[in-house]
Design a protein around this ligand. Structure first.
Ligand SMILES: [Zn+2]
Length: 204
């Protein structure tokens, strides 16, 4: 019965006006060249996998592993996006909201370095002419949970970076981050790796 209902719109219907042809199947949607593309959609899917769980979900969804950051990297054509999430402790030594002028200063400096150092953290081949600009750097904090630093970046390259390895300098910039679980999605590849002390690469 369910199947019959689902398929019903595909069948010609006879009405008092005669035979009504079934609706034409929608032509395969062409991907808009610059908008949400297959790669970026998958990247967004990964991003939502990283996103905090809704209220009522297991508290485990909020727990990060100290020493291990997560990087989501999406590349499409000559552009891309990245999101780095790391324990506050690993980036500037604490995870609560800053309580003193000194803590505010430490956090502001770490945020400043995250904003300025996109191209050091995520290293495309210099020949590709990629710029990596910070879009947002903030704390993701919930009562009773560990505070997480979230830094998002916009990537724009002169030459499409597909097929060219991406390397990392995250532990070099933030020594408290020992490993980075990287998820990479591009319009031609999908891969993941745990990068330990910046050793290793991924190919978009
Ligand atoms: Zn923590």
């Amino acid at each position: 019965m369910v199947t019959r209902l689902l398929h019903a719109p595909l069948l010609a219907r006879r009405t008092r006006h005669g035979l009504v042809p079934p609706p034409q199947p929608q032509p395969a949607r062409r991907r808009p060249p610059m908008a949400m593309l297959a790669g970026m959609s998958a990247a967004v899917a990964i991003a939502s996998a990283f996103a905090p769980a809704p209220a009522g979900a297991s508290s485990h969804a909020w727990q990060h592993v100290h020493g291990q950051a997560r990087l989501m990297l999406g590349v499409e054509g000559k552009t891309g996006q990245a999101e780095l999430r790391a324990a506050g402790d690993d980036v500037f030594g604490f995870e609560h909201a800053p309580r003193t002028a000194s803590e505010r200063d430490v956090q502001a400096k770490a945020f400043g370095r995250l904003r300025a150092s996109g191209a050091q953290l995520i290293r495309f081949d210099p020949a590709l002419g990629c710029t990596i600009s910070a879009r947002d750097v903030r704390m993701d904090t919930k009562p009773g949970a560990h505070g997480e630093v979230v830094a998002t970046y916009q990537i724009a390259c002169r030459v499409a970076p597909q097929g060219k390895p991406v390397r990392f300098g995250i532990s070099a910039a933030f020594p408290g981050i020992d490993r980075v679980a990287v998820q990479l999605v591009s319009d031609t590849a999908q891969s993941g790796a745990t990068i330990s002390r910046d050793r290793g690469q991924l190919v978009p």
